[in-house]
Design a protein around this ligand. Structure first.
Ligand SMILES: [Zn+2]
Length: 453
């Protein structure tokens, strides 16, 4: 098997773990069997696909996606979400445990979700479990059934069937997870500080921003880090927006606390200053903050304080976005970006002097490591032959009608972005080309690898 080749992908720009270089990537049986010098002899019987100067990246891994299926399939679904993902260069995604009905809080519910997804997915799909009041006894069985870890909230989640943990509930869940070294992934905003913040409602973005202060994130993250340190537990901070928490996170990492952090394309590429009043397609929690805050998030990505960039694709129907009144307080919070994360982040990364290899580290290698997916996230021998092929200097203007996610609404509408995803490959087969999915759904349902996180 080693060195065998059914397919050679040749590019002047292959992003490998050692950096970008010209190379021939040999694939057999859906796995990368060798990364050879550029323009090597093509083995007998192997097909050659020459990508020219388009960049060959490891397929993106998106560990934060709300697919909402079954139960709220008018918001999103496995077929539409994974089509959008594949068109956007994503080859693996991990579904969040809430907004579907049932939520992924028991093994029976996990089975319902897997049965719903099976045969309909264009990318590989795994599942997070949920930690909610009353399901402590379900955590171990869910872990054994292959979920990648457990999500919890510290304040209301937005849907009644997925309630938040109390401070005691959080400590209990984390204590239980330490018994099998499970991972807790946390929506970290402090409920007391959110309750105490001014809540004016209405269409002014400044009023919405004031209702979700940075201090609410900073306080919740400080508490979470202290608890992880005390219990020796593994925690992950979801969708970090506040730069105020970065010094604390950096210090915790330096002192060996097992904490990782993600941020999202919208926090890196959109700013509070540019959100028009009433433009609820920009609403998410925690919120998009000011440009000065964004600069610090980029610094933290560059220095490794932030581990990865994932979409938090959290769609709803258009009517729940209150387009008529523009009221931020009651509009559904969530940004639809599954198909656009790579070009959005690359556009801003490029402007700030970062490389495509940096983007691959943040959007593929980092999330693969978070999920313990040792066969994903790198163009390297022995890894799955999952790729995104990007034309980095080409531009396009976002038209929501051309996106595959179910409801044609996105905060990126009308933006001109750099980076066109030419094709996406899963286990050596193309699953999307030029923005369209190709062939039957070829994705697999995946589980946390044994010995992985
Ligand atoms: Zn989310």
């Amino acid at each position: 098997m080693k060195d065998a080749a059914e397919l050679i992908l040749r590019s002047r720009r292959v992003v490998t773990p050692e950096g970008e270089r010209p190379a021939d990537v040999a694939v057999a049986g859906g796995v990368i069997t060798a990364v050879r010098p550029y323009d090597s002899a093509v083995p007998d019987g192997a097909r050659l696909t020459d990508l020219g100067a388009d960049v060959l990246l490891p397929g993106l891994v998106d560990t934060h996606v709300h697919i909402n299926d079954p139960g709220r399939t008018e918001w999103e679904g496995f077929a539409t979400a994974t089509a959008a993902a594949a068109a956007g260069g994503i080859t693996t995604l991990v579904d969040m445990p809430l907004n579907s009905i049932p939520p992924t809080t028991t093994t029976a519910h996990l089975t319902v979700k897997q049965d719903t997804a099976r045969g309909r997915v264009h990318t590989d799909v795994g599942f997070w479990g949920g930690a909610v009041p009353g399901n402590l006894k379900d955590l171990r069985p869910l872990h054994d059934a292959g979920v990648f870890g457990f999500k919890c909230f510290l304040l209301p989640s937005g849907v009644d069937e997925f309630p938040q943990l109390s401070p005691d509930g959080l400590a209990d869940a984390l204590t239980e997870l330490t018994r099998f070294d499970g991972l807790l992934i946390v929506h970290a905003e402090d409920p007391g500080l959110i309750d105490g913040a001014p809540r004016r409602g209405g269409p002014r973005y400044a009023d919405f921003l004031a209702s979700r202060p940075r201090a609410a994130e900073d306080t919740a993250i400080a508490g979470l880090i202290a608890l992880a340190e005390r219990l020796g537990a593994r925690v992950h901070v979801l969708h970090l927006s506040s730069s105020g928490a970065l010094p604390l996170i950096a210090a915790a990492k330096r002192s060996g606390v097992r904490v990782t952090v993600e941020t999202c394309p919208h926090f890196l590429t959109l700013t509070a200053e540019e959100v028009p009043d009433g433009a609820t397609e920009f609403k998410c929690c925690p919120p998009i903050r000011e440009a000065a805050n964004q600069d610090l998030l980029w610094q933290a990505l560059a220095d490794g304080t932030i581990d990865c960039v994932v979409s938090d694709h959290s769609p709803s129907t258009v009517d729940l976005k209150n387009r008529d009144t523009g009221d931020f307080a009651t509009a559904w919070g969530g940004i639809s970006s599954l198909q656009l994360g790579l070009p959005a982040v690359w556009t801003e990364a490029r402007r700030r002097g970062h490389t495509v290899a940096d983007v691959a580290r943040w959007m593929s290698t980092g999330p693969a490591r978070l999920a313990g997916l040792t066969a994903k996230g790198a163009v390297a021998e022995g890894h799955d032959a999952d790729f995104a092929v990007l034309a980095p200097e080409e531009t396009f203007t976002v038209d929501p009608a051309h996106l595959h996610h179910r409801n044609p609404i996105t905060a990126y509408a009308g933006k001109t972005l750099h980076g066109v995803v030419r094709s996406t490959w899963l286990r050596g087969e193309p699953v999307a080309r030029d923005g369209r999915v190709t062939g039957e759904p070829a994705g697999r349902l995946i589980e946390r690898p044994a010995g992985g996180s």
